[in-house]
Design a protein around this ligand. Structure first.
Ligand SMILES: Nc1ncnc2c1ncn2[C@@H]1O[C@H](COP(=O)(O)OP(=O)(O)OP(=O)(O)O)[C@@H](O)[C@H]1O
Ligand code: SF4
Length: 309
């Protein structure tokens, strides 16, 4: 089907699948799931090309999680060049408002229209090139940012899908239900639900213990007719990997944000992080989730052609 031409549809014309990661509640691990989803898709074959777009404008954490803090975005005559987490391979592209802030830790205090403008610019100005997958990390809840995102991406709606992340606790599940209602209201297909922080991985032996409640996400998925994509336990190894990446090497090789890096030519901390991540138990567990995501994407589901917004 021919797409109605807009700057966004032109920019995203070579992107096969766009996966929006949602969570009803803050802090449930949406950004870490987005990061792991992107990393696992990237690792799924030596030719798979993945982009990750961080539209959590007030709390961008993807640069830190990918070891890319300190990098700046390069403005070319053809738009913004994303930062590549995998050096010369240039198959894992990242864009975040975090790359535009002057100092690490600076925050964005913007009203709705400015946020909307930034999201539009991310969608219409970033030179993603050909991508198999674009993973979009969103703020918690269902805010103006979500509506802006869907509104601007209406011409590519047939390629959109979403993943909902929750923790097993009742309050998170209630918020996940609100998120699900939102996807239904805007005709956004849901690939499935992930229960994060479900149990605890023992750092000594790797055994998973159910310290808190578990299984609430699976139960919700069954009740709501959603696919349950899997559970991810609390993994201290993952925290030290994602939270400790302060981008020291990346920053020194990249220069300041006013002097953007040639990131694709300089494998930095992010590259080591990719290798270290592949050895964690979370990476192993994520393989099953990835298989289910791939199965959901290939299912011949009825996809709406336009968002009702
Ligand atoms: N499975 C896990 N095991 C251990 N730590 C985790 C896990 N998932 C997430 N975390 C940690 O929990 C914290 C919050 O995670 P994250 O930033 O991904 O949540 P979020 O839902 O995106 O938060 P926000 O509401 O700020 O957008 C981070 O420090 C992250 O490293
Ligand atoms: S699961 Fe086993 S190895 Fe791990 S802390 Fe408990 S008793 Fe020790």
């Amino acid at each position: 089907m021919a797409l109605s031409e807009t700057p966004v549809s032109r920019r995203l014309q070579s992107v096969k699948h766009i996966i929006i990661v949602l969570s009803g509640k803050g802090g449930v691990g949406k950004s870490s799931v987005s990061t792991q989803l992107a990393l696992n898709l990237y690792r799924s074959s030596p030719t798979t090309r993945v982009g990750i777009l961080d539209v959590d404008l007030t709390g961008p954490s993807i640069p830190r999680m990918l070891g890319l803090d300190g990098h700046g975005v390069h403005q070319s005559s053809d738009g913004w060049v994303p930062v590549y987490a995998d050096g010369v391979d240039a198959r894992l592209a990242c864009m975040s408002v975090g790359f535009l802030l002057k100092k690490k830790g600076d925050s964005v205090v913007w009203r709705g229209p400015k946020k909307n403008g930034m999201i539009k610019q991310f969608l219409s100005d970033v030179r993603w090139g050909e991508l198999d997958y674009l993973v979009i990390d969103t703020p918690p809840g269902t805010s103006d940012e979500h509506l802006s995102l869907l509104e601007h991406m209406a011409p590519v709606h047939s390629r959109l899908s979403s993943v909902i992340v929750t923790t097993p606790q009742a309050v998170a599940l209630m918020d996940a239900m609100k998120c699900l209602s939102f996807t239904r209201a805007v005709n956004l297909p849901v690939l499935g639900l992930i229960e994060n922080m479900s149990g605890y991985v023992c750092p000594c032996c790797g055994e998973i213990s159910n310290v808190f409640s578990t299984g609430g996400g699976e139960e919700m998925a069954r009740r709501e007719g959603l696919k349950f994509l899997g559970s991810l336990p609390v993994d201290t190894e993952l925290v030290s990997l994602l939270d400790a990446s302060d981008g020291t090497e990346a920053a020194s090789s990249a220069g300041s944000s006013s002097e953007p890096s040639n990131a694709a030519a300089e494998p930095a901390e992010s590259f080591q992080l990719l290798q270290r991540y592949s050895k964690t138990s979370s990476a192993n567990l994520f393989k099953n989730i990835l298989e289910r995501v791939a199965a959901s994407l290939s299912q011949d589901t009825e996809v709406p052609t336009s968002a009702r917004i």
